[in-house]
Design a protein around this ligand. Structure first.
Ligand SMILES: Cc1cc2nc3c(=O)[nH]c(=O)nc-3n(C[C@H](O)[C@H](O)[C@H](O)COP(=O)(O)OP(=O)(O)OC[C@H]3O[C@@H](n4cnc5c(N)ncnc54)[C@H](O)[C@@H]3O)c2cc1C
Length: 322
C-alpha cells in the first residue's frame, strides 16, 4: 500500500510530488497516458514562472519539474486513473489498465480544461498566435491586431486586459447580446480599442507557422468572410476535471473541488486537492505549484497524525501536525 497517490502531472502534481518525496513518503504519481505534463505542454514560451529570467518553453519547464520529482524518489506512472474509491482509511485508485492501487492519502491535481472551439487546426496553432490565457500570453501581442472569442465576463475581462498590449481587439460573439455582467460589458463598450463582431463564430484559423487570420461565419445567415489577425484568444469557459470525484467529494458552485479555507483538505479525510481543479480564479502555473505544496504538507500532516498500530496491543500516535 502507498502512503500518497497523486493524480495529475501539471505544476500542482509535480510540486506535491517533490515535497512528498523529500518527506520520504515515496509518492506514486499518475501522469496520464494522453496528456502528461499538463496544460503547459500546449504552450511555447513561459515568461512569468520565477527563476527563468529569459523565459522557458512550457514542455521544458514540465520536464524539469518531473526530473526534480523523480530525483527524490517519485514513481511516475504513465496511465490515466479510471476510477477512485475515496471513503474509509484505505483509498483505492484504479488505473485504466485495470490495476488497483491502494493508498492512505490521495491528492487530486487533475487541472481544468479550457473549452476549445472544436476546429481541427486548434492544436497546431496553440502557442503560435492562439491562446486561452490573456494573463499568460497578452504580453506577446504588443501593437498587434487580435480577437477574443466569447461573450461572458471572462471574455470581457480578457478583451479589456488585452487592450494594454494590442492595438486593436475584436470581440467575436455568436449572439447579438452579451452574457457578461453590465459593468463588464460597459467597460468593454467604452474601450475604443475594442470592436464587437456580433452573430459570428470562427469557422477556420489560417496561417503557416503563426496565426495570420480567421474565417468568420455568420450565425444568422451562414455567410463567411475572412479577417486578418495576429492573435486569437478563446474565452468560452473552463471545465475543472472532476469527473473522477462526482458523488464522492463536495464541489463548489463553480464546479471546482471544494477545499477547507486555504488548505487542500476536501470533504473526505485523507483526500486533498490542488491546482486549477480547486481554483476558479487565478489558474497560473505558479499558483498551481504553490497549492501543490499545500497539498503535500496537508497529506504529510494527516499521515503523521494518524494512529500507527505497531503490534496487536500497542498503539503509537505520531506527533500532531504543526
Ligand atoms: C495554452 C496555455 C498557456 C498557458 N501559459 C501559461 C503561462 O505562460 N504561465 C502560467 O503561469 N500559466 C500558464 N497557463 C496556465 C497553466 O498552464 C495552468 O494554470 C497550470 O498548468 C495548472 O496546473 P495544474 O497542475 O493544476 O493542472 P494541469 O497543468 O492542467 O495538469 C493536470 C494534469 O492532470 C492530468 N489528469 C487529469 N485527469 C487525470 C486522470 N484521470 N488520470 C491521470 N492524469 C489526469 C491531465 O491530463 C494533466 O496532465 C497556460 C495555460 C494554457 C492552456
Amino acid at each position: 500500500m502507498q502512503q500518497i497517490i497523486i493524480i495529475g502531472s501539471g505544476p500542482a502534481g509535480f510540486t506535491a510530488a517533490i515535497y512528498a518525496a523529500r518527506a520520504e513518503l515515496s509518492p506514486v504519481l499518475f501522469a496520464s497516458q494522453v496528456e502528461p505534463g499538463g496544460e503547459l505542454m500546449n504552450t511555447t514560451e513561459v515568461e512569468n514562472f520565477p527563476g527563468f529570467p529569459e523565459g522557458i518553453q512550457g514542455p521544458e519547464l514540465m520536464m524539469q519539474m518531473q526530473q526534480q520529482a523523480e530525483r527524490f524518489g517519485t514513481q511516475v506512472v504513465y496511465d490515466d486513473v479510471a476510477s477512485v474509491e475515496l471513503q474509509g482509511d484505505i483509498k483505492r485508485v484504479t488505473a485504466s489498465d485495470g490495476t488497483v492501487h491502494e493508498a492512505s492519502t490521495v491528492i487530486f491535481a487533475t487541472g481544468s480544461a479550457y473549452r476549445k472551439l472544436g476546429l481541427p487546426e486548434e492544436d497546431r496553432f496553440s502557442g503560435h498566435g492562439l491562446s486561452w490565457c490573456a494573463t499568460c500570453d497578452g504580453f506577446f501581442f504588443k501593437e498587434k491586431t487580435i480577437a477574443v472569442v466569447g461573450g461572458g465576463d471572462s471574455a470581457m475581462e480578457e478583451a479589456t486586459f488585452l487592450t494594454r498590449f494590442a492595438s486593436k481587439v475584436y470581440v467575436i460573439h455568436r449572439r447579438d447580446s452579451l452574457r457578461a455582467s453590465k459593468i463588464m460589458q460597459q467597460r468593454a463598450f467604452d474601450n475604443e480599442k475594442i470592436e464587437f463582431i456580433w452573430d459570428s463564430e470562427v469557422a477556420a484559423i489560417h496561417g503557416e507557422s503563426e496565426v495570420t487570420g480567421i474565417t468568420l461565419r455568420s450565425t444568422a445567415d451562414g455567410t463567411e468572410r475572412d479577417l486578418a489577425l495576429e492573435g486569437l484568444f478563446v474565452a468560452i469557459g473552463n471545465d475543472p476535471r472532476v469527473h473522477l470525484v462526482h458523488g464522492q467529494l463536495e464541489l463548489t458552485s463553480e464546479g471546482t473541488i471544494a477545499v477547507e479555507g486555504r488548505s487542500s483538505r476536501t470533504s473526505l479525510p485523507g483526500v486533498f486537492a490542488a491546482g486549477d481543479v480547486v481554483d476558479p480564479t487565478y489558474r497560473q502555473a505558479i499558483t498551481a505549484a504553490a497549492s501543490g505544496t499545500t497539498a503535500a504538507l496537508d497529506a504529510e500532516h494527516y499521515l503523521a497524525a494518524r494512529p500507527t498500530t505497531v503490534s496487536a496491543d500497542t498503539e503509537v500516535t505520531a506527533p500532531a501536525a504543526v
